[in-house]
Write a protein that binds this ligand. Structure first.
Ligand code: CS2
Ligand code: MG
Length: 472
């Protein structure tokens, strides 16, 4: 079946979208005599070659746009990052996204290079939702952290392009500001309570109003979240700490469950009530253990207790709720929008903390945020050192444009990382903010990136004292 080109039909994909709706579809079908039924039209919708259409584009009379190149930059300035750079037919107009998945960087990079880039060349970069749906549902094998991280990298780059083209920061495209900045938290960790207290005091002096506290558990080597006396941002998996094979940490619930409430008793006694305190369990607990911890922490009024349970056990949050009023947060290991639904609609959590970089980017996050809004759940997007500045920027663009923002985790990137990936949100007096630079506000220097080739690295794994595997 011959497919009329958009030039010959005069009603290309953009023309259809510009007119909008069924009336335009009818007109476009009627404008062809013979040989071009529904299938032909849909082929036309899908055809990369026809995305440009003819005449004026849909963006305020700007000419149509096509994707010309998708570059995947894997670099290790301080730790590994995967950057997606999407170029367009407009000279100098490109978007920068982040597709970093700690420990599986090359899997995402290959997915992007081998499977996704060919699908993007020739597409209209302004059709973000359509591209998201196409990449998510199109391949049949949907979901999973690798594919959703790749999709997030593309999504961020496309929002960046749209913002640059519109001459607006992305938060404006999302509906404009709802707040002056995003309340931020940082990490304080240490070998004992005094070290954690020192870390928290340093954070407070720096302007933070909210601090996540983790302490080493006596008798357990290298407990998660503790990095000696170093501030977390200086120790969060940098190259110097990377092992070429995973390190093994030891975890036992009994000493953990008895130590953590005493840590917060200490911190409240020394720091007072004003500072907001948080704690991350990192999916290590069974339901009844999590319920006990949440109950034991009640007197210390945490901002939230994070990721108590493994991501598979959403219904088990009911048990914690039955026993405690400590606010709960969950979600950094989710990679599907549908993971969020039961927790939100049953109000089993207070904060949804997906990783925008692993759940499909801004297009996914704004749906999660909107669902959460309807159930009085706030956002607390994952903001660790192992996702790159474009994802941190995306976090804050969403944060400052939604009504139900809660809190934003953040890190200070080292200078060497910023040499490669510049821009991103800034911290000031307890809040994160983005500038009014059009797009997401990040850029990548490909030449400098080449100076820092990929280095294989793994997150640690955990075992119980009896040698059996535990969740990290
Ligand atoms: C942590 C992360 O930030 C957090 O809440 O759980 O730092 C986590 O350890 C890493 O993202 C894992 O790579
Ligand atoms: Mg966490």
């Amino acid at each position: 079946m011959d497919r009329p080109s958009s030039e010959s039909s005069g009603v290309g994909r953009r023309g259809f979208l510009g007119l909008g709706g069924a009336a335009a579809l009818g007109r476009s079908l009627l404008s062809h005599d013979g040989g071009w039924g529904r299938h032909g039209f849909l082929m036309s919708m899908a055809s990369a070659a026809e995305t440009s259409g003819s005449g004026a584009g849909s963006s305020g009379g700007l000419p149509p746009l096509k994707i010309t190149d998708v570059r995947v930059i894997v670099t290790c300035p301080d730790r590994n990052y995967v950057v997606v750079k999407i170029s367009t037919t407009e000279a100098g107009l490109y978007g920068v996204g982040d597709a970093t998945l700690n420990g599986r960087e090359l899997a995402v990079a290959e997915d992007l290079k081998q499977h996704i880039a060919p699908l993007l060349i020739g597409r209209d970069p302004e059709q973000i939702e359509d591209t998201w749906q196409y990449l998510y549902r199109g391949p049949y094998w949907r979901g999973g952290p690798v594919q959703m991280t790749a999709l997030a990298g593309v999504d961020l780059a496309l929002w960046d392009i749209k913002g640059k083209r519109a001459g607006m920061p992305v938060y404006q495209l999302l509906g404009g500001r709802t707040r002056i900045g995003a309340l931020a938290y940082t990490h304080a960790s240490g070998r004992d309570f005094a070290e954690v207290e020192d870390g928290a005091r340093r954070a407070i002096e720096r302007g933070f109003k909210c601090v996540r506290a983790q302490v080493a558990i006596p008798g357990l080597e290298g407990t998660y979240g503790t990095a000696g006396a170093k501030p977390a941002e200086a120790a969060a998996g940098r190259v110097a700490n990377m092992a070429s094979l995973p390190q093994t940490e030891v975890f036992e619930p009994a000493p953990y469950l008895s130590t953590v409430p005493r840590l917060f008793e200490h911190l409240r006694a020394k720091l007072g009530q004003e500072v907001e305190l948080l704690h991350d369990c990192h999916e290590k607990l069974d339901p009844i253990q999590a319920a006990r911890l949440a109950r034991d922490l009640e007197p210390y009024h945490l901002f939230f207790l994070e990721d108590c349970l493994r991501p598979e056990y959403k219904e088990s949050f009911r048990l914690i709720r039955e026993h405690s009023t400590t606010p709960l947060a969950m979600g950094e290991l989710f990679n599907s929008l549908w993971d969020c639904v039961p927790l939100i609609k049953e109000q089993l959590i207070d904060y949804i903390r997906c990783d925008l970089g692993h759940i499909g980017g801004i297009t996914a996050a704004r749906k999660v945020a909107a669902l959460a809004e309807l159930f009085q759940v706030r956002t607390a997007w994952h903001g660790p050192g192992d996702i790159g500045p474009p994802t941190h920027a995306a976090n804050v663009h969403v944060d400052v444009s939604i009504p139900n923002f809660g809190i934003q985790e953040m890190v200070f990137f080292p200078d060497v990382a910023r040499e490669v990936i510049s821009g991103g949100p800034e911290f000031e007096d307890g809040y994160m903010n983005v500038s009014d630079t059009p797009g997401l506000g990040c850029d990548v220097n490909e030449e400098v990136a080449k100076k820092y080739p990929y280095r294989r690295s793994y997150l640690p794994t955990a075992r119980r004292k009896d040698g059996s595997v535990h969740d990290w």
